[in-house]
Design a protein around this ligand. Structure first.
Ligand code: AP5
Length: 215
């Protein structure tokens, strides 16, 4: 069983590498950011509430995301493993995840910390484009799509509303204040695997697979 967590600053490459790892392991990617954006697009009450925080680059309240993850990890396709991308993001969320997994008789195998310095983050985030239906992540310079506004199958490419420089700054501040403490938390449990997120995409993927013994 492979139960993994990805942590790292916004734009570090968590989603990109999680998509590659999930394809290799045959387990679902569980991205709280994607789930919240889907709820916002669907116009649900939860989506509207989440957007008040996301638009400002702030974390959505713990109880909202904990409920989403609890439901998602109970689904049939998550029973043979999962890659959690963007959750937990606070110690409170990590404690809730521990309780959830304990009840299910499961445990985390690896916590991957993708390390990228702040000075690279703004360029990565402002150059990001995402396939409207596939969710495939591109970068205009580092992982270019066939054209600046169309993906492989002609799908539209979107730019996330929070991928603006003025929203990236508060996202980095939230990461440092609320999420960075998880590094020590998971290190103390012997679960932390540090991966250098700087370098070509394939190099980072190779380092990631080595770090979790997935070669
Ligand atoms: P979320 O969607 O999780 O965003 P994030 O954590 O800020 O991370 P990103 O998705 O921005 O980046 P990433 O690390 O996945 O990078 P990517 O692979 O795309 O959260 C959004 C919001 O939702 C939060 O601000 C919060 O409000 C809310 N939220 C979500 N989860 C929550 C939770 N648990 N609790 C509370 N609130 C929550 O890569 C970025 C770009 O770089 C891409 O263009 C990619 O092509 C490029 N790239 C990747 N790797 C490389 C490389 N090696 N070299 C060059 N370019 C690269």
């Amino acid at each position: 069983m492979k139960n993994l967590i990805f942590i790292g600053p916004p734009g570090a490459g968590k989603g990109t590498q999680a998509q590659r790892l999930c394809a290799k392991l045959g387990v679902p990617q569980v991205s709280t950011g994607d789930m919240l954006r889907a709820a916002r697009k669907a116009g649900t009450e939860l989506g509207r509430k989440a957007d008040e925080f996301m638009a400002k680059g702030l974390l959505v309240p713990d109880e909202v995301v904990i409920g989403l993850v609890q439901e998602r990890l109970g689904a049939a396709d998550a029973q043979s493993g999962f890659v959690l991308d963007g959750f937990p993001r606070t110690v409170n969320q990590a404690e809730a995840l521990d309780r959830m997994l304990q009840k299910m008789g499961r445990r985390i195998d690896h916590v991957v910390l993708l390390e990228v310095p702040d000075e690279l983050i703004v360029e990565r985030i402002t150059g990001r484009r995402v396939g409207e239906t596939s969710g495939r992540i591109f970068h205009l310079k580092y992982d270019p799509p066939p054209s600046p506004d169309r993906g492989e199958n002609g799908e539209r490419l979107l730019q996330r509303a929070d991928d603006r420089e003025d929203v990236v700054r508060p996202r980095l501040t939230e990461y440092a204040a609320m999420t960075a403490p998880l590094v020590a938390w998971y290190s103390n449990k012997g679960l932390l695997r540090r991966v250098d997120g700087v370098g070509a995409l394939d190099e980072v993927t190779a380092a990631l697979f080595r770090a979790i013994g997935a070669n």
